[in-house]
Every structure is written in C-alpha cells, then in structure tokens.
Design a protein around this ligand. Structure first.
Ligand code: UD1
Length: 424
C-alpha cells in the first residue's frame, strides 16, 4: 500500500513481552554510503536498516554515478567505478537532510561540487555555515546562486578548525574531506557521536589516517587518492530506535530484551530512564528492559553527545506525560523542536512549552485520538503515546516514520502490541 495512504492504529492492551532486534543506525549508514564516494571498488555495508532514507540516499548516489544494489534487505553493496558527476539535484537533496554529506567527499575527490542547498526540517532551520567555514579554511571557494551551492578546490589542504559548536554534520563533512587533503587537518570541538566513530572506523578501513577517534580533537592526515580503497563494514546499532522500544515498554509495561542494542552508546539517556524507574540490565548481546508500575518524573536537557540527543526528546516527553510528578525538559539544540507537543495535548497530555523549555505534568493515562506525525522521531513518539492511551490512537504522516524506522509496527506487534497499518 503506498505510504502516503497509510495510517498506523494503536490500542493499549497491556504489557509488552519478548525480544526486539535493534537494526543499524540511520544516522550512521547514510554517512557511510556517502563516504563510499571517496574510493573506487566494491563496498559492502551490513546491518543496514530497511528504511526509506536508505532508498533515497541510494537514488542520490546513483544519480552521482555509484551503482547500488541490496542483495538482502539489511545489506547494501556499492560499486564505485570512479565515473562521478559531482552534482546533487534539488529533487533528491530536498528529500533527505543527510544529502549534505556528499559535499566533503565529492569536493575532495572531484575538486568541484554543485549541490542544491539543503532545506530545513519541520522542527526548524538547519544551517550549514560550519561546514562551509571549515571547508573554506581548507582552501575551498564557495558560490551560492539559484538555490545551489558550488564549491571548488583543486586540492584541499590541511587546516586547524575549531568549531563554535560540535555539529554532527559539519564534523562528518570535514573529516571525509580531510582524508584526501594535502597535509594534516585538526578539528577541535568535534562532535563525537557513536555514528561519527562508526564513520571514522569505516574511513580507517578504507586506508584513511585519523587519530583521536571518539574524542572532540580529531587529527586527520591526508593520503593520496590511490591509497584509499573499498571495504566491508557493519553499521553501528541505532541508539534512537533502541530508545524507542525502551519508551514503548516504559509506557505499556512489561519486559523486553533489545537484541543488538549498545548500552554504552546510551549511557546518559539510560541514566534518566533509570531515574524514571526503568530497570535496565546490560546483556552480552544487548539490553534487558523492565518497566515499573508507574514511571516517575525527572528533569531532562538535551546536549551534544555524550549528552542526551535531541532525537530522544519526543520519546522522553511522551514517557513523562504519563509519569508521576512534574518535569522540566530543556531543548538546547533545536529550539523549535516541540511541534509534536500539540499532538500529545490532543491525547490528553498536560504540557506547557515556553521557548526551549517544556513543563510536563504527568497524568495517569492518555486518551486515544487521531494525531499527526511531523517528523521521524515525533512520529515514533506518537506510536509510543498510543500504547499509553485508552482507546484507539490513529497516526497519520506515516511516511515520516518509514524514513527512519525499520518495521516499527511489525516489531511492536511481535512483542504483543495491538498495532497495525491501515489504509487512510
Ligand atoms: C544530525 C542528525 C539529527 C540529529 C542531530 C543532532 C542526521 C541526518 N541528522 O543532524 O538527526 O538530531 O544530528 O544530534 O544525521 N548548526 C549550525 N551550523 C552548522 C551546522 C549546525 O549552526 O553549520 C547547528 C544546528 O542548527 C543545530 C546544531 O548545530 O542547532 C546541531 O546540528 P548538527 O549537529 O549539525 O546536526 P545535523 O548534522 O544537522
């Protein structure tokens, strides 16, 4: 059934029980795919989530000149013959934020790139000034006209770049550009999310020279183009999808084993979940999650990694909506990222927002209603809210959820949730 014509219906029928396999991370795999522009050969990326954004990224990279196929739903094979057209057209760029990640690899490899300017998301503007300033420091020249940016550099050179803010996307673009630059590039105040570590490990397998991986001080020594080669790699597990199943268990009750979850990538958010009364036990192969009778409120603030990611916040606010007590949630990355609050209010949640703060007064139970999914994480939060609501919750805008979630409905059904996709 076409995605646009689908809704998800959810009914609360009590505790969840069983095992959920946590797929690979969207925010890692899209960057790995873009990095495969850097070297000729055949790449094999495993533990790939079966999500719409991977399909869109494949279309974008195919338009640039890569050959991509998926022998299995969780495997992407990418062939780079070196015949690249360094142009990313509007129709594809506007569909996916991670398209900005082709900028660094194309510029450093081809010496030229023409990229449609990425737009914002539903939760606000997504500037790229840090990407541009960093690449300019490495010798790139930028022109902006007719909705496109054009960057040129015969060969980028090393530079010492200190970010005002540890931007995920800018760190990724500069690292991928620096691996083929002339000399040493130092990035201070670099972002150090697990997905960036995954990208750096992938680049090192390709023959790149990167020191300080996992820290906020990255040192990249450029190599000649012929030194980079294709590689095989397994994508890091998705910490946001893992948190989504924790939130589902938290509001529905029960106990889940999250296979392949990586608790060390989630230390701070797991600490808040424990404050809320969740019992979390690391397993050799994942994480066991058990819900209390009722969650307790706790204050939460989003921050760059290792702080609590902004992507967790819609899930956390949903959990707090049915917790005992009052909590203040502070958004430090995207001030406008509260749009889903109106939808939670339609379900009976008691939430007030003021600037980048939300005050959440827990109620015992939400009440099912039709709601909209405005972006990937907000959509997942609506599904979780439906598990905490009396009656039926119907979620529209399912295409947003499909961008980042690999069979959310099937995975929740398999552990006992009353949830299905239905025609709109
Ligand atoms: C990535 C993730 C997104 C996640 C976010 C923060 C992808 C496709 N997206 O987005 O899911 O929510 O990290 O963890 O991987 N900023 C600037 N100038 C810039 C770049 C960023 O001012 O040039 C600001 C942004 O407005 C924002 C903050 O820095 O306030 C964080 O942005 P950044 O870390 O770059 O996030 P993205 O890479 O866009």
């Amino acid at each position: 059934m076409p995605e646009a014509e689908c809704c998800i219906t959810v009914r609360n029928i009590g505790p969840l029980q069983g095992e959920v396999f946590v797929p690979g991370a969207k925010n890692a795999v899209l960057k790995l795919m873009a990095a495969s522009l850097l070297a000729d050969g055949v790449f094999e990326i495993a533990n790939v989530p079966d999500i719409a954004d991977v399909t869109i990224m494949s279309e974008l990279l195919t338009a640039i000149g890569l050959r991509i196929h998926r022998p299995e739903p969780d495997t992407v094979v990418i062939e780079n013959t070196g015949d690249l057209t360094p142009v990313a057209p509007y129709e594809l760029v506007e569909r996916i934020r991670a398209s900005i990640n082709v900028l660094g690899p194309l510029l450093t490899r081809c010496g030229h790139v023409r990229l449609s300017m990425p737009g914002g998301d539903d939760f606000g503007a997504r500037p790229i000034d840090l990407h541009v300033k960093g690449l300019e420091a490495m010798g790139a020249e930028f022109k902006f006209a007719h909705g496109y940016l054009e960057a040129t550099a015969e060969r980028l050179h090393g530079a010492h770049i200190t970010f005002d803010f540890p931007s995920v996307g800018a760190t990724e673009n500069l690292v991928t550009a620096a691996v083929l630059a002339d000399g040493v590039t130092i990035i201070d105040n670099a972002a150090r999310e697990p997905e960036i570590i995954d990208l750096c490990n992938f680049l090192v397998k390709m023959g790149a020279r990167i020191e300080g991986i996992g820290t906020s001080h990255l040192r990249v020594t450029g190599v000649e183009r012929g030194r980079l080669h294709a590689c095989s790699h397994e994508t890091v597990p998705d910490r946001i999808q893992a948190a989504t199943y924790i939130a589902a268990c938290a509001v529905a009750g029960g106990e889940l084993d999250l296979l392949n979850a990586q608790p060390t990538h989630m230390a701070m958010v797991l600490a808040r979940f424990r404050d809320m009364g969740m019992e979390l036990t690391p397993l050799p192969y994942g994480l066991r999650v058990a819900a209390p009778d009722r969650l307790r409120s706790t204050d939460v603030a989003t921050l760059p990694y290792p702080g609590i990611a902004t992507d967790y916040k819609p899930l956390i606010i949903t959990m707090l909506s049915v917790a005992e007590g009052v909590a203040i949630v502070t958004e430090n990355l995207y001030p406008g990222r509260f749009r889903y609050v109106e939808e939670l209010q339609r379900l009976g949640a008691d939430i007030r927002t003021d600037g980048h703060h939300a005050v959440v007064r827990g109620v015992p139970r939400l009440s099912g209603a039709p709601v909209k999914s405005h972006d990937i994480r907000a959509g997942a939060a609506m599904v979780v809210a439906g598990l905490a609501a009396e009656g039926t919750t119907t979620i529209s805008g399912v295409h947003h959820i499909d961008r980042g979630y690999d069979d959310l409905v099937g995975r929740l059904r398999a552990v006992g949730a009353d949830i299905e996709r239905v025609p709109a």
